[in-house]
Design a protein around this ligand. Sequence first.
Ligand code: ES4
Ligand code: ZN
Length: 326
Amino acid sequence: TDATSDLFTLPKAELHLHIEGTLEPELAFELADRNRIRLPYESVDQLASRYSFTDLQSFLDLYYATMTVLRTEDDFAELTRRYLRRATAQGVRHAEIFFDPQAHVSRGVPFEAVVDGIGAALAEAARDQDVSGGLILCFLRDRPVVEAEQILTTALARVDTLIGVGLDSAEVGYPPSLFADVFGRARAAGLHAVAHAGEEGPASYIGEALDLLEAERIDHGIRAVEDPALVGRLAHEETALTVCPLSNVRLRAVPDLTAHPLRSLMDAGVRVTVNSDDPAYFGGYIGDNFVAVQDALELTDLDMMRIAQNSVESAFAPLDRKVALL
Ligand code: ES4
Ligand code: ZN
């Protein structure tokens, strides 16, 4: 066996994965046909050729436009089935899946169709592929806070379908502090809390997410390297960062993989994990991210094992499940 297949079989938890970001161009066209929606592209190849970005917003524009082909419960189930097939082939044994309900409910898709579709595929895979998981509802930070309050009210009627809440979409200008009350309500209902911070936004947003949202993990968090005191805090508090190396290159948060701060963060004692973010758009699933980052940063096999172990330790899974995966 070669090094790539070892990294693919290493048992790991995926902690930063937007299910809408797993929509491959082929499935986008299949669902567009099935739902009689016209995509503004001639072919799968033409859509795929648009997957080239200059920053987070340029990606988000295509991401929100393409996800409009997702309409029914079965669309969400099929999307999730295909993701879990690819993920388990790259060693994922536990997947905490982000979804953006505001982007669907605002188009007339019922909240229940989204969570029941994703949930059905997760239940099937738990049975057939020995993968566990859960759903994390992300609030869209570039939409009005009142909309987040409303989607949380809807979601709390089905709180059993969720493990946590998160915060995503365009970051700069939308600090975590805006969502302190919404997160407080979610935590009071027993949900875990995570937040995107320090992807494009400043390191101060990471501190806000920890202090005001009580985020238990930080999604991305790479701009923490600009604040040594914050890096010390993250290490001391054993806060996991869910880093997405290929995403950071594609969205130009880092110039190239060799310049990625993942190694400095690890060397400073931060609990770093490696994840795929929006794998259909960024050129690779989780194992591809492990391979790319090991190559570019000359990480040892032991470093890679540590990263995989960090992901299991930082998961919101029952202890007996985590023990089974360590
Ligand atoms: C996202 Cl890469 C990224 N950053 C922020 N929000 C997102 N939603 C989907 N992918
Ligand atoms: Zn993300």
